[in-house]
Design a protein around this ligand. Sequence first.
Ligand SMILES: [Zn+2]
Ligand SMILES: [Zn+2]
Length: 354
Amino acid sequence: MLPSPPPREGQLGFLYCPPYRVQGISVAGEQTVVQVPELDVCFDMGQCTRASLSASVIALSHAHMDHIGGLPYWFSQRYFQKIGAETHLPDTGQPPARGSVGKVVCHPELEAPLRAMLRAWEPLERQRTPSEIIPLAPEEEYQLKNNVTLRAIETRHTVPSLGFAVIERRSKLKEEFKDFPQERLRALRQAGTEITHPVEIPLVAYTGDTEPGEFLVRNEFAKAKIVIVECTFFEPEHRGRANTGKHIHVEDLVRLLHVWEAESVVIVHASRRTTIPYARERLQALCGEHLPRVHMLMDHRMNRQRYDAQVAASQALVAAREAATASRLAESAAANDATLVDESDVRDADESSG
Ligand SMILES: [Zn+2]
Ligand SMILES: [Zn+2]
């Protein structure tokens, strides 16, 4: 009799969408946790992965268990492992706590039940795990870092739900000053003229669980460099299920691809019943010209191939640069030799004349 094999546990999905990594695990109804380490944010906390402990902010789309199940554990592990900066317990008025406090940004309707849930752990664990809950109403923003904010966007699911956009603010020279020389611009600025105007650049947008709606064609989604989108159903006969559960069906996604300019569209939250090869087949049949920018977070095989190709391309680029530098050096060395010959010729001439 063959020995029984060990169980196979979920592997982290990974995509490199320069300059961002998108990593996590996402299966509809089971767990969704999608981290973008470069932005220090993690969308949802359905399961606390080791990698997700380094994020200091969880952007919670809604409170279905597959999106929130890992949250108390995440707070607790960050505290236990003393991850992050020293902060205080903001809502207790108590002295600074040991370790660090993770933050969760959520729909305002979730604030009170989340606090109650975390309080319920205290008598069980006989300790108070510090946590920070930040209610964010639709259209409100939370600052992630300098010039970079997280904006809440109201979506439509079977419970209160939010999508999120990470937005960078830059100041751009106004059109009318475009051809002005630097000195004139400086003079104008000194004279108090506003020569720039602020622009918003959506970096990453996350739909969370939602049915399709007008909110998904807003600028934050249309112009984002990366859109992370739930797509739960791929089978043509599952349109009804998508409608009932208020989820996105692959046919809705295809329509959105025409609007979204993103370099990368990352699909998460596919149903367990949908095999990766079948989902890929459907995408190939439906996405047309958009296919190269559409990826599935949990398509490990394709993503591995893609990553290997990215590494190979970058290595080839480095090698080409090195070869160019080497040939430039060789050229200038040859030129130097020529100069040296010239100089020695001169010296010879001097010596012979002297
Ligand atoms: Zn879900
Ligand atoms: Zn849900």
